[in-house]
Design a protein around this ligand. Structure first.
Ligand SMILES: [Zn+2]
Length: 202
């Protein structure tokens, strides 16, 4: 599918998104450049708020609606009152309008969800090939098995702060437990070596 504009982030979207998601992205971008207007902006500390007016056609009737985009330039954090990203995992027309205004050339990585990426589906098929392949080492196989499970978890939790914090908290506990297990294993192994040595010298 061809790009409709010359904005770099459209090229980026074409490269990273699946075809269906890229089409959705293009529709948002076109609507942003065609039907959305920045009416007002307020600077406040680190955050700038933009009032965006959108012309929405409902049948024959034109309706004007207002949305507010908060933009934190330093971290390139962005949030829109329409909540499209929270619901669909895609940046909305209003945010794209603000990106254009602020010369944000590329979509920050954090706003490109893994589940809409082309390389994710490719990664899944690689995974199967590697996993089944006779040349994969035991470490590779274990790594692939775990990555597969992690991907399932991150795909579920990635759009929700509470879920995300829960996953991180659980992983943190898991990592502490694993370190403790590894340590006690090492102690056990070195103790048995000492016992072996003592047995062979006596
Ligand atoms: Zn929006």
């Amino acid at each position: 599918m061809e790009c409709r504009t010359t904005y770099d982030f459209e090229k980026q979207a074409q490269k990273v998104y699946t075809i269906a998601k890229f089409k959705h992205f293009q529709d948002e971008l076109t609507a942003g450049t065609t039907y959305c207007e920045i009416m007002n902006s307020r600077e406040g500390g680190y955050v700038t708020e933009y009032d965006i007016r959108e012309d929405i056609m409902i049948g024959e009737h034109k309706k004007r609606m207002m949305f507010v985009v908060s933009f934190r330039r330093q971290e390139c954090d962005v949030k829109c009152s329409c909540n499209l990203f929270e619901f669909k995992g895609l940046l909305c027309r209003h945010v794209l309008k603000v990106f254009i205004r602020n010369d944000v050339l590329l979509i920050p990585d954090k706003y490109i969800l893994r589940r809409w990426r082309k390389d994710m589906s490719r990664c899944h098929s690689n995974l199967k090939v590697n996993y089944c392949s006779w040349c994969a080492t035991e470490d590779d196989k274990r790594f692939q098995r775990m990555s597969h499970e992690f991907t399932k978890v991150t795909n579920i939790a990635t759009t929700d702060d509470v879920f995300c914090n829960y996953v991180i908290g659980r992983l943190d506990t898991l990592s502490t437990e694993l370190s403790a297990m590894r340590l006690s294993n090492e102690v056990e192994q070195s103790t048995s070596k000492i016992i072996d040595c003592e047995a062979s010298t006596s």
